[in-house]
Design a protein around this ligand. Structure first.
Ligand SMILES: O=C(O)CCC(=O)C(=O)O
Ligand SMILES: [Fe+2]
Length: 258
């Protein structure tokens, strides 16, 4: 018994070490990305793809967390709210190491982009350079509940076009990581972004993602250069109907919820 316990403690410690090393590598990898290119893509199109942000093993480990009810603060069955079909769960604090470090490591690169967007849109809000500081702002305003989430879809499921706004404080960019492999694990189920320009019809983009790819996109608004200056484009995102299989996504939203 004693031996078994020691073994499992050792296994847990080893697993933690592995995950520590893996997540440290992840933060370094994020720092080393071509943020100029990502920022240009975001400016031009309202979204940017980060290929292979997570390895297939990390993706399946994250998708497997869906079954661990204790890790989550709430579960939403989309059809009950008119949000679509499928379900998702919001993580509790403390977030799993990988999720927490993704949020922490991505934020400092996105904050300068968010600040530039606000400058262009003549919005007074500026974002601090560290995520912890921004979270403190959310918490002071009563936005205390964590927003990173895991989504789960099966054949016939879809996610209606929406915006992830959860209170007064909004960080204008968010990230989604596709945890399943199109073609192998599922078909259909494409991430769709729409933008609505003043006095124009809405326009859609389908974001082609492979397992482990992340997409950074605008939560709510983005600035677009027009012939008569900068104007504000209203953005929404959703997922088209899954034709077959199973699909999991990790959503990383940087503001907390009321
Ligand atoms: O499943 C997806 O690709 C979209 C997820 C989503 O709505 C989100 O991450 O906020
Ligand atoms: Fe969303």
């Amino acid at each position: 018994m004693q031996l078994i316990q020691q073994d499992s403690t050792m296994a847990a410690t080893a697993a933690n070490k592995v995950s520590e090393v893996a997540t440290r590598g992840l933060a370094d990898g994020i720092d080393a990305l071509d943020w100029q290119r990502l920022s240009d893509e975001l400016g031009g199109h309202g979204h940017a793809i980060i290929p292979s942000l997570l390895q297939p093993k990390q993706c399946s480990a994250l998708a497997d967390l869906y079954a661990s009810k204790d890790l989550f603060r709430s579960r939403v069955v989309m059809s009950r709210h008119g949000f679509g079909r499928g379900e998702y769960q919001y993580f509790k604090y403390p977030l799993p190491e990988l999720v927490g470090s993704l949020r922490r490591a991505l934020y400092p690169h996105l904050a300068p982009i968010a600040n530039r967007w606000n400058e262009l849109l003549r919005i007074d809000v500026r974002y601090p350079s560290e995520h912890q500081e921004f979270i403190a702002r959310c918490h002071e305003a009563g936005q205390l509940r964590p927003t990173p989430l895991l989504l789960q879809y099966e054949a016939g499921d879809y996610n209606c076009l929406h915006q992830d706004l959860y209170g007064e404080h909004v960080f204008p960019l968010q990230v989604a990581v596709l945890l399943s492999q199109p073609g192998r694990d599922f078909s259909g189920g494409e991430l769709v972004l729409t933008e609505q320009r003043p006095r124009m019809q809405s326009r859609a983009e389908v974001v082609p993602l492979e397992q482990g790819d992340a997409v950074v996109f605008a939560v709510h608004h983005r600035p677009v250069q027009g012939t008569r200056g900068i104007y504000r484009v209203n953005m929404r995102h959703g997922v088209s109907r899954l034709r077959s299989g199973h699909r999991h996504t990790l959503g990383v939203i940087f503001h907390d919820a009321t």
